[in-house]
Design a protein around this ligand. Structure first.
Ligand SMILES: [Mg+2]
Length: 248
Protein backbone atom coordinates (compact mmCIF):
# COMPACT_ATOMS: atom_id res chain seq x y z
CA UNK A 1 0.00 0.00 0.00
CA UNK A 2 1.15 3.52 -0.74
CA UNK A 3 1.47 4.39 2.93
CA UNK A 4 4.75 2.51 3.20
CA UNK A 5 6.17 4.54 0.30
CA UNK A 6 5.54 7.84 2.02
CA UNK A 7 7.68 7.00 5.01
CA UNK A 8 6.14 9.61 7.28
CA UNK A 9 3.04 8.02 8.64
CA UNK A 10 1.03 9.95 11.14
CA UNK A 11 0.23 8.28 14.41
CA UNK A 12 -2.16 5.41 13.74
CA UNK A 13 -2.36 6.10 10.02
CA UNK A 14 -2.63 3.27 7.57
CA UNK A 15 -3.51 5.44 4.59
CA UNK A 16 -1.67 6.31 1.44
CA UNK A 17 -2.89 9.76 0.50
CA UNK A 18 -4.45 10.74 3.80
CA UNK A 19 -7.84 12.17 4.47
CA UNK A 20 -8.95 15.11 6.54
CA UNK A 21 -12.02 16.31 8.36
CA UNK A 22 -12.83 19.93 9.05
CA UNK A 23 -15.34 20.78 11.76
CA UNK A 24 -17.66 23.65 12.43
CA UNK A 25 -17.79 24.73 16.09
CA UNK A 26 -21.28 25.93 17.07
CA UNK A 27 -23.71 23.01 17.51
CA UNK A 28 -21.11 20.70 16.02
CA UNK A 29 -18.19 20.40 18.45
CA UNK A 30 -19.46 22.88 21.00
CA UNK A 31 -22.86 23.76 22.42
CA UNK A 32 -23.65 27.44 21.89
CA UNK A 33 -26.95 27.28 23.81
CA UNK A 34 -25.63 28.93 27.03
CA UNK A 35 -24.07 31.69 24.91
CA UNK A 36 -27.31 32.25 22.99
CA UNK A 37 -29.42 32.29 26.16
CA UNK A 38 -27.12 34.88 27.71
CA UNK A 39 -27.17 37.08 24.60
CA UNK A 40 -30.96 36.91 24.39
CA UNK A 41 -31.34 37.90 28.06
CA UNK A 42 -28.90 40.77 27.57
CA UNK A 43 -30.77 42.01 24.48
CA UNK A 44 -34.16 41.79 26.23
CA UNK A 45 -32.74 43.95 29.02
CA UNK A 46 -31.19 46.40 26.56
CA UNK A 47 -34.53 46.77 24.73
CA UNK A 48 -36.65 47.24 27.86
CA UNK A 49 -37.15 50.95 27.20
CA UNK A 50 -37.51 50.66 23.41
CA UNK A 51 -40.84 51.00 21.58
CA UNK A 52 -40.93 47.32 20.74
CA UNK A 53 -39.45 46.02 24.06
CA UNK A 54 -39.52 42.31 23.12
CA UNK A 55 -39.11 39.85 25.96
CA UNK A 56 -36.55 37.05 26.07
CA UNK A 57 -39.16 34.56 24.81
CA UNK A 58 -40.01 36.79 21.84
CA UNK A 59 -36.32 37.13 21.02
CA UNK A 60 -35.68 33.43 21.36
CA UNK A 61 -38.61 32.59 19.11
CA UNK A 62 -37.44 35.09 16.51
CA UNK A 63 -33.91 33.68 16.66
CA UNK A 64 -35.19 30.15 16.01
CA UNK A 65 -37.28 31.46 13.12
CA UNK A 66 -34.17 33.13 11.68
CA UNK A 67 -32.26 29.87 12.02
CA UNK A 68 -34.98 27.97 10.17
CA UNK A 69 -34.92 30.47 7.29
CA UNK A 70 -31.67 32.46 7.25
CA UNK A 71 -31.76 35.38 4.83
CA UNK A 72 -29.24 34.90 2.04
CA UNK A 73 -26.59 37.61 2.30
CA UNK A 74 -27.36 38.40 5.96
CA UNK A 75 -24.49 36.94 7.95
CA UNK A 76 -25.89 37.87 11.35
CA UNK A 77 -28.79 35.88 12.75
CA UNK A 78 -29.01 38.38 15.62
CA UNK A 79 -29.58 41.18 13.09
CA UNK A 80 -32.22 39.12 11.29
CA UNK A 81 -33.88 38.34 14.63
CA UNK A 82 -34.00 42.00 15.73
CA UNK A 83 -35.27 43.20 12.35
CA UNK A 84 -38.07 40.65 12.36
CA UNK A 85 -39.25 42.11 15.69
CA UNK A 86 -39.36 45.64 14.28
CA UNK A 87 -36.23 46.94 16.00
CA UNK A 88 -35.01 49.95 13.98
CA UNK A 89 -31.91 49.47 11.83
CA UNK A 90 -29.81 51.95 13.84
CA UNK A 91 -30.63 50.26 17.12
CA UNK A 92 -30.02 46.83 15.59
CA UNK A 93 -26.56 47.85 14.37
CA UNK A 94 -25.64 49.29 17.76
CA UNK A 95 -26.88 46.23 19.64
CA UNK A 96 -25.01 43.88 17.35
CA UNK A 97 -21.80 45.72 18.17
CA UNK A 98 -22.52 45.82 21.88
CA UNK A 99 -23.94 42.38 22.63
CA UNK A 100 -21.44 40.43 24.78
CA UNK A 101 -21.69 37.31 22.57
CA UNK A 102 -18.61 35.58 23.95
CA UNK A 103 -19.08 36.52 27.61
CA UNK A 104 -20.23 32.95 28.22
CA UNK A 105 -17.80 30.19 27.20
CA UNK A 106 -18.58 27.57 24.60
CA UNK A 107 -19.06 24.10 26.07
CA UNK A 108 -17.99 20.88 24.34
CA UNK A 109 -20.61 18.18 23.87
CA UNK A 110 -19.81 15.10 25.96
CA UNK A 111 -18.97 13.01 22.89
CA UNK A 112 -16.75 15.60 21.19
CA UNK A 113 -13.33 14.66 22.56
CA UNK A 114 -13.94 10.88 22.42
CA UNK A 115 -15.19 11.14 18.81
CA UNK A 116 -12.26 13.33 17.71
CA UNK A 117 -9.78 11.05 19.47
CA UNK A 118 -11.29 8.05 17.68
CA UNK A 119 -10.98 9.75 14.29
CA UNK A 120 -7.43 10.90 14.99
CA UNK A 121 -6.41 7.40 16.04
CA UNK A 122 -8.00 6.16 12.82
CA UNK A 123 -5.51 8.33 10.91
CA UNK A 124 -7.55 11.34 9.86
CA UNK A 125 -6.18 14.83 9.93
CA UNK A 126 -8.55 16.96 11.96
CA UNK A 127 -9.15 20.67 11.78
CA UNK A 128 -11.53 23.39 12.84
CA UNK A 129 -12.87 25.93 10.38
CA UNK A 130 -15.59 28.08 11.88
CA UNK A 131 -17.20 31.51 12.03
CA UNK A 132 -16.16 32.33 15.56
CA UNK A 133 -14.47 35.09 17.54
CA UNK A 134 -10.81 34.67 18.44
CA UNK A 135 -11.87 33.82 21.98
CA UNK A 136 -13.25 30.46 20.79
CA UNK A 137 -9.69 29.17 20.70
CA UNK A 138 -9.41 29.37 24.48
CA UNK A 139 -12.71 27.50 24.87
CA UNK A 140 -11.54 24.80 22.45
CA UNK A 141 -8.24 24.52 24.29
CA UNK A 142 -9.94 24.29 27.69
CA UNK A 143 -12.08 21.45 26.34
CA UNK A 144 -8.96 19.53 25.22
CA UNK A 145 -9.80 19.85 21.52
CA UNK A 146 -6.86 21.92 20.22
CA UNK A 147 -4.22 19.19 20.80
CA UNK A 148 -6.31 16.82 18.65
CA UNK A 149 -6.27 19.20 15.67
CA UNK A 150 -3.87 19.75 12.78
CA UNK A 151 -5.18 23.23 12.10
CA UNK A 152 -7.56 25.81 13.52
CA UNK A 153 -9.07 28.49 11.30
CA UNK A 154 -11.37 30.95 13.10
CA UNK A 155 -13.04 33.64 11.00
CA UNK A 156 -12.17 36.59 13.22
CA UNK A 157 -8.54 35.53 13.39
CA UNK A 158 -8.03 34.97 9.65
CA UNK A 159 -10.34 37.65 8.23
CA UNK A 160 -12.44 35.28 6.13
CA UNK A 161 -15.76 33.64 6.97
CA UNK A 162 -18.10 30.94 5.71
CA UNK A 163 -19.62 30.74 3.14
CA UNK A 164 -16.60 32.33 1.39
CA UNK A 165 -14.86 29.50 -0.50
CA UNK A 166 -11.54 31.23 0.15
CA UNK A 167 -11.94 30.38 3.83
CA UNK A 168 -12.20 26.65 3.07
CA UNK A 169 -9.27 26.85 0.64
CA UNK A 170 -6.99 27.97 3.47
CA UNK A 171 -7.32 24.53 5.03
CA UNK A 172 -7.13 22.60 1.76
CA UNK A 173 -3.92 24.41 0.83
CA UNK A 174 -2.38 24.01 4.27
CA UNK A 175 -3.06 20.28 4.21
CA UNK A 176 -2.22 19.83 0.51
CA UNK A 177 -5.17 17.49 0.18
CA UNK A 178 -7.54 17.40 -2.77
CA UNK A 179 -11.14 18.36 -1.87
CA UNK A 180 -12.24 14.79 -2.56
CA UNK A 181 -10.23 13.59 0.43
CA UNK A 182 -11.61 16.14 2.88
CA UNK A 183 -14.97 16.19 4.65
CA UNK A 184 -16.70 19.13 6.28
CA UNK A 185 -18.94 18.58 9.30
CA UNK A 186 -21.41 21.27 10.31
CA UNK A 187 -25.03 21.98 11.18
CA UNK A 188 -26.10 24.57 8.57
CA UNK A 189 -27.21 23.75 5.01
CA UNK A 190 -26.40 27.28 3.76
CA UNK A 191 -23.15 28.17 5.53
CA UNK A 192 -21.63 24.72 6.00
CA UNK A 193 -22.95 22.25 3.42
CA UNK A 194 -23.36 24.48 0.36
CA UNK A 195 -19.90 26.08 0.23
CA UNK A 196 -18.06 22.87 1.17
CA UNK A 197 -20.00 20.82 -1.37
CA UNK A 198 -19.39 23.43 -4.10
CA UNK A 199 -15.65 22.98 -3.57
CA UNK A 200 -15.92 19.20 -3.83
CA UNK A 201 -15.65 18.30 -0.15
CA UNK A 202 -17.80 15.52 1.28
CA UNK A 203 -20.38 17.11 3.54
CA UNK A 204 -21.80 15.87 6.83
CA UNK A 205 -24.72 17.64 8.47
CA UNK A 206 -25.38 17.13 12.14
CA UNK A 207 -29.02 17.85 12.85
CA UNK A 208 -29.13 19.45 16.26
CA UNK A 209 -29.33 22.91 17.77
CA UNK A 210 -31.38 25.81 16.44
CA UNK A 211 -30.62 24.94 12.79
CA UNK A 212 -31.95 21.38 13.07
CA UNK A 213 -35.18 22.38 11.32
CA UNK A 214 -33.49 24.49 8.62
CA UNK A 215 -34.56 22.89 5.34
CA UNK A 216 -32.14 22.79 2.41
CA UNK A 217 -33.39 25.30 -0.15
CA UNK A 218 -31.68 23.74 -3.12
CA UNK A 219 -29.86 20.56 -4.09
CA UNK A 220 -26.62 22.44 -3.39
CA UNK A 221 -27.54 22.54 0.32
CA UNK A 222 -28.20 18.79 0.58
CA UNK A 223 -25.44 17.04 2.55
CA UNK A 224 -23.82 13.81 1.46
CA UNK A 225 -24.30 12.40 4.96
CA UNK A 226 -26.71 13.26 7.79
CA UNK A 227 -25.73 12.35 11.34
CA UNK A 228 -27.39 12.55 14.75
CA UNK A 229 -24.22 13.53 16.60
CA UNK A 230 -20.44 13.28 16.37
CA UNK A 231 -20.33 9.58 17.23
CA UNK A 232 -22.71 8.83 14.38
CA UNK A 233 -20.73 11.18 12.11
CA UNK A 234 -17.43 9.48 13.04
CA UNK A 235 -18.79 6.04 12.19
CA UNK A 236 -20.00 7.26 8.81
CA UNK A 237 -16.75 9.09 8.08
CA UNK A 238 -14.68 5.97 8.68
CA UNK A 239 -16.94 4.16 6.19
CA UNK A 240 -16.59 7.07 3.74
CA UNK A 241 -12.80 6.87 3.89
CA UNK A 242 -12.91 3.17 3.09
CA UNK A 243 -14.58 4.06 -0.20
CA UNK A 244 -11.71 6.45 -0.98
CA UNK A 245 -9.15 3.74 -0.34
CA UNK A 246 -11.03 1.41 -2.65
CA UNK A 247 -10.94 4.04 -5.36
CA UNK A 248 -7.20 4.77 -5.14
MG1 LIG B 1 -22.64 25.68 13.54
Amino acid sequence: MGASRRGSLRRGSTLSAGAGILFDVGYCLMDETPRLDHAVSWLAQALTTSDTSPGAEDLHGAYLAACRRPEPGQPSLLVQMLRSLGVPAETTAALRRAVPWDAVPLVAYPETVPALSHLRDAGFRLGILANQPRSARADLDRAGIIPLCDGVWLSEAVGLAKPDPGFFRLALEAWALTPGRVAYVGDRPDNDVAPARALGLTTVRIRRGPHAEQAPRTEAEQPDIEARDLVDAARRLVAWRATLDDAH
